[in-house]
Design a protein around this ligand. Structure first.
Ligand SMILES: [Zn+2]
Length: 82
């Protein structure tokens, strides 16, 4: 499929405490090195360069996955209700 208007990429980001990492999706082609961004699931995230271990260990965010899946299937949740 070539209709990739809404591009996104995945990046492991640390939680506030920095112990646990989660892999969130972000809008854009790739991480450009910015220190923070809001994930697809609407969470403000502090970004840092992940190590291979973080990629391996960080669980994928479920909210991001469901949001992206909903967009792909064309069933965008209407504003204000579901
Ligand atoms: Zn997320």
């Amino acid at each position: 499929m070539e209709t990739t208007e809404r591009q996104h990429y995945w990046l492991p980001v640390p939680e506030r405490i920095g112990v646990r990492w989660h892999r969130h999706a972000f809008r854009g082609k790739h991480w450009d090195g910015r220190p923070a961004d809001t994930s697809v699931c609407g969470r403000p995230c502090a970004m840092a360069r992940p190590s291979e271990l973080h990629w391996f260990q960080a669980p994928t965010c479920r909210d991001c996955t469901e949001t992206l899946l909903a967009e792909l299937s064309g069933t965008r949740s209407s504003e204000g209700g579901r």
